[in-house]
Ligand binder design. Structure first.
Ligand code: ADP
Ligand code: ZN
Length: 310
């Protein structure tokens, strides 16, 4: 089987593996996210070490954004803005390619998780679905008509604006840009600040925090359903480890839609519509492997086409 390297880049850690699928993930190494220069240097060292013992065909990188994903753009493969201090305007793809001559697949962390679930997990065979992570941030990767949605840039699903009933919840939010976007109101840090706990993990299942959380996520998901018409929504991330949230969210979605959508195959099977990831914590890293595989296929196709022309 072809061997690839998958890199999942997050705000606190970069996870690197090599392999070919979820059952073949080797040499998992976790690199702490430091400055871009030091972190990418360690990632390159990892790749070189793996190359000493295995023939690697391509690299896949699924990383936090915002990213430039337009192959025609002079800043393709960059993290563009400073979502994390020091990381704005950082060239990722070019830096790695300069050191290692292999095809590189590149996408957002959540598109990575989405493609991982599409290839091997809860979205197999689905042309339209969303992977949403609810953790330190909220972000979504969407597939529409069998293709990951990129558009002008890439979706930022965590920042959709949410009606906040301030008589029920007067929390000021945690997003620096929006008082009442989904991320502002419903991430782990939002829950922790609102309810003054160190981790949302400390809140017992019967705490009112979870009803409010389900309400906000239900509003967000109803909006995604109305705009993208997904066939399934996969909810991952630390907060969704609280599995008692799933039935609450399903009920809130039905409430928010208020009978408008008449799609029986979804509404009568909500257990099958809003689901946890099948790859658990490996969605992103498997997605990075899938991105590598895709870039390898594309580069092989490119070589064949050039050969035919010549
Ligand atoms: P990240 O988003 O940084 O990749 P996570 O998806 O684990 O990481 O999200 C971290 C957030 O989720 C933190 O706010 C943390 O307190 C919260 N969290 C992590 N695990 C749990 C859990 N089992 N139950 C509730 N909250 C959790
Ligand atoms: Zn926001």
């Amino acid at each position: 089987m072809n061997q690839f390297i998958g890199i999942e880049g997050g705000g606190t850690k970069f996870v690197c593996v090599h392999g070919s699928n979820p059952h073949d993930l080797k040499d998992r190494v976790v690199i702490k996210t430091k400055t871009p220069q030091r972190t990418l240097h360690e990632v390159i060292d990892y790749i070189r070490e793996v190359q000493k013992k295995s023939l690697i065909k391509a690299i896949g990188i699924a990383i936090f954004g915002p990213l430039d994903l337009d192959p025609q753009s002079p800043t393709y493969g960059f993290i563009t803005a400073a979502a994390k201090p020091n990381w704005g305007n950082t060239e990722i793809v070019g830096t790695i390619r300069e050191a290692i001559d292999l095809p590189i697949g590149f996408d957002t962390d959540v598109n990575g998780a989405a493609i991982g679930e599409y290839r091997w997990g809860a979205a197999r065979g689905l042309s339209d679905f969303i992977y949403l992570t609810v953790g330190t941030g909220i972000g979504g990767g969407a597939m529409s008509n069998g293709k990951l949605v990129h558009g002008a840039m890439h979706p930022e699903m965590g920042h959709i604006l949410i009606p906040q009933d301030t008589s029920r919840d007067s929390f000021a939010g945690v997003c620096n840009y929006h008082k009442n976007c989904l991320e502002s109101l419903a991430t782990g840090p939002a829950m922790e600040k609102r309810w003054q706990v160190n981790s949302a993990y400390e809140l017992p299942p019967d705490h009112p925090a979870w009803d409010l959380e389900a309400h906000y996520l239900g509003l967000g998901i109803a909006n995604y359903m109305l705009s993208l018409s997904p066939k399934r929504i996969i909810l991952g991330g630390g907060i969704m480890q609280q599995i008692h949230l799933f039935p609450k969210i399903r009920a809130e979605v039905i409430k928010c839609l208020n009978g408008y959508l008449k799609c029986e195959k979804i509404l009568n099977h909500m257990d099958d519509f809003i689901v946890p990831p099948e790859l658990n914590e490996n969605s992103g890293i498997c997605g990075a492997i899938a991105l590598a595989e895709e870039s390898f296929m594309n580069s092989s196709l490119h070589i064949i086409k050039n050969y035919e022309i010549a």
